[in-house]
Design a protein. Structure first.
Length: 510
């Protein structure tokens, strides 16, 4: 790009950034102060009204649901309140029941009300006998009092595209999303945070009459679990963190940047697989040729968006669609089918996406479902990020040589650059509480190094490594006798491995 054009582009992005910042900086949140036990007593002393959930999967296993009232702002426990929805699948043997197990499915912003339905097949009878399984929609999500930014396009994460013009479009888009969220939700945004969700979890603990909680969290849910452990160490029991986040790099910068190299490496592995099947897919007979096919697709989408069913997909979204399927190597045939569809669309052929792909595109382009609002609200409300667009542009340009497909996504600006400042500082994680950390070496969402970092921060923990497997979220998703066995053993009798453990793929997931 010529220097004059680059200057004009950066100037335009800075103007957009300042405009957005003026809008959102009108919202100022005061840090919550500690409330006394007496002030919070009315929340901890609630009696849940258990009713049928009205969710088929939960009703089929006999689950019940209840709404728990929590303060919007824990510094003002006598002020406004909101609702947190929970579910309960009772322990199968009351005589062996040892407590409750809470959970979070990640996101952030994922609905956890029915998470245990997906985990039941992984649990041994001993685990099922020992715990009431408590699903939970975190504040701002699902059946809990929801946050809805009112977005009709976009959802906060996208690639910056192939050049400065594409980046300028991203800056405008992300500033607009932040401004819309502030306009629609105002000072409610400051209440949606991980620390407040951890406080809600402790209210749930008290409401259920438990001295301590057990916990299973995956992806972002590992960070939430670690924050709970740090805030309530005396109330934390058996904690399992599956596909963990580095607590220092959590947020819309470091955690995202880590995804760039990991997804490029995963794309290499898929490209090798596809090249070996060139007679079927015709992407090229070598890794380099397959990569060139994909890179050319993205560059072409910058010139002319791909028409895929009812959608138009440009260079901001095509890398994101690849990102969504690279978290599981078993998706290679699906990834290849999608790339073939993109190539056909680029050639001007009419194509129809399968329902799953159509849902992914709808989520990205149209901000559906609304939990995309919660995802950005939580991340932006937890950790502040640089606000200067040129900082992101420099990182994008520096990453292109080694991350030609995902560098412009992993280093791109997000709505957090235009968001109100977090109400509280991030939680510093560091303690000797016992915990079990599970991490696959090929994880593209929370990289293996993230799991190692969580293990180091929790000095009393143990790390179970699933070696040479591309998967994000192991328990209940990728069957492995060694890894699942370590989790079930810990939940059933509290035994952590004596040392860190390496598990190898035993083929049972295929």
């Amino acid at each position: 790009m010529h220097s004059g054009k680059l200057f004009a582009t950066v100037a335009a992005t800075v103007i957009a950034a300042v405009t957005g910042a003026v809008v959102v900086d009108r919202v100022v949140a005061a840090p919550p102060a500690a409330a006394t036990e007496a002030e919070l007593g009315r929340y901890y002393g609630q009696h849940p009204n258990w009713v049928a959930c009205g969710v088929q999967a939960l009703d089929e296993v006999g689950a019940q649901c209840a709404d728990i009232t929590v303060p919007v702002n824990y510094a003002e426990p006598q002020g406004k309140t909101m609702t947190v929805a929970i579910s309960r699948i009772a322990a199968t043997d009351p005589a062996q029941r040892r407590g409750v197990m809470l959970s979070n499915p990640g996101g952030p912003g994922g609905s956890g009300l029915d998470q245990f339905i997906r985990l039941l097949p992984a649990m041994t009878p001993e685990v099922r006998a020992g715990y009431d399984l408590i699903g939970m929609d975190p504040r701002g999500v699902g059946r809990s009092t929801p946050i809805d930014c009112g977005w009709t396009t976009g959802f906060g994460l996208q690639s910056a595209g192939v050049d400065g013009a594409g980046f300028a479009e991203s800056v405008v888009t992300q500033g607009r999303l932040a401004a819309e969220c502030v306009a629609n939700q105002g000072d409610r945004l400051s209440s949606i945070s991980t620390r407040n969700t951890a406080r809600d979890m402790d209210v749930v603990r008290g409401v259920l009459g438990q001295e301590r909680i057990n916990y299973f969290g995956t992806s972002y849910g590992t960070y939430l679990g670690a924050v709970y452990m740090q805030m309530y160490p005396e109330r934390s029991d058996r904690m399992v963190l599956d596909s963990a986040v580095d607590p220092v790099r959590y947020g819309a910068v470091g955690m995202m940047q880590d995804m760039g190299p990991a997804n490029e490496a995963a794309l290499d592995r898929w490209a090798d697989w596809a090249a070996a099947r060139d007679g079927e897919y015709h992407f090229g007979g070598t890794r380099a040729q397959v990569r060139a096919t994909v890179e050319n697709l993205i560059r072409g989408a910058a010139e002319k968006p791909l028409r895929i069913g009812d959608f138009e997909v440009d260079e901001h979204w095509l890398p994101m669609l690849l990102f969504t399927v690279l978290d599981d190597a078993r998706n290679y045939p699906t990834t290849s089918a999608h790339v073939r569809l993109y190539l056909d669309a680029a050639a001007g052929r009419a194509v129809t996406p399968d329902p799953e792909l159509a849902a992914s595109i709808d989520r990205m382009l149209n901000g559906k479902p609304e939990n995309m609002s919660a995802q950005m609200t939580i991340m932006c409300g937890d950790v502040g990020v640089p606000r200067d667009p040129s900082w992101y542009w420099r990182n994008i340009e520096a990453a292109r040589a080694t991350q030609p497909i995902f560098g412009a996504f992993a280093n791109n600006i997000t709505p957090c650059a235009f968001w109100p400042a977090p109400a509280e500082d991030p939680t510093t994680i560091g303690n000797a509480l016992p915990a079990l950390v599970i991490q696959a070496t090929g994880d593209t969402r929370t990289t293996y190094a993230n799991g190692v970092a969580m293990r180091k921060a929790l000095t009393g923990s143990r790390l179970v490594t699933l070696e040479n497997v591309d998967i994000h979220s192991v328990y209940g998703r990728y069957r492995n006798t060694c890894a699942w066995g370590a989790i079930n053993t810990y939940f059933s009798d509290g035994t952590l491995p004596a040392t860190d453990v390496t598990c190898r793929d035993d083929g049972s997931a295929n």
